[in-house]
Design a protein around this ligand. Sequence first.
Ligand code: TXA
Ligand code: MG
Length: 324
Amino acid sequence: MNKEAVIGTDLALAVQLLLADEVVAVPTETVYGLAGNAFHDRAVSRIFASKQRPFFDPLIVHIAERADLGIVADQTPTAYLPLMDHFWPGPLTLVFPRTSRISDLITSGLETVAVRMPAHPLFRELLKRLPFPLAAPSANLFGRTSPTTAMHVAQQLGDVIPYILDGGPCQVGVESTIVRWTGDGLEILRPGGISREQIQAVTDLEVSMKVRSEEQIDITVPGQLPEHYAPRTPLLLATPELLQSDLSRDAVLCLNRQQCCPELNAFQLVELSPSGDLQEAAARFFAALHELDASGCRRILAVPLPESGLGVAMNDRLRRAAHQ
Ligand code: TXA
Ligand code: MG
């Protein structure tokens, strides 16, 4: 049943659809998500089908309150307590041992479940009105650029989902940071909206960064699975040589002019933050990729961002988008 998705702010309609095991695109502070009842496999399988996502890529479960954690997570590592105190609600996902309420479909058969308490007020209100948590991956077709506006969602999924709840442009702009407890330290499986420095500032434990390899995928560590964030226009990581070549048909994406090359003469130049602010850059990041993808340029040359703070998450997405 294909029908045009409707974009709107009707919370009651979103509730009604989710109660009926339908999927609804929802705004979060990171990127838009495609949500469904985490306790009904019928809803969860609709999420996978709508985004053409392979079943081996597990989903994040979203809760409204700390009190809801017990129905999805079996136990809370004490190492998570300061992280939950400081960063929930917000763009941090933690990996817990799962309870029996969480099906194999959500976790791809793993004994763990990834949980996040989102900060977006409309999404929080939706979660509070529902008697179940929501499973939600980013609301893009598998492998494609993540959506940070309702319109981005409509462009990719508009004809396969019934409703898009519009909460405005996402304020953080990159997906949540995914962290797990290894038994003797904290490991970042995916860099995201909370930086490693921010995490390290609230814990004495070692915070390591999982190195994700496209060549050697470890199926037991889901942070490794392929996500490409790819625009349809070829994306290349810009080198000084590339930036000196003929750019009359190429678009350049950079933090700001000072960072790349003040005299650049490209088909189009997008500065993510003229003042060099990484938070502002992250908020504009995916929207800039969507915009350049539609601009008619031959290639997108992306200048890597400073490898600190939110720059780590953006560079991770750029490397993956450039992979193919
Ligand atoms: O900001 C976000 O996290 C957004 C919004 C919608 O909340 N969601 C999001 O979901 O980025 P998605 O599906 O695009 O990425 C989920 C990733 C999976 O690809 C996997 O790497 C990781 O979460 N994941 C899920 N369950 C896991 C688990 N049990 N252990 C380790 N990683 C897991
Ligand atoms: Mg995604």
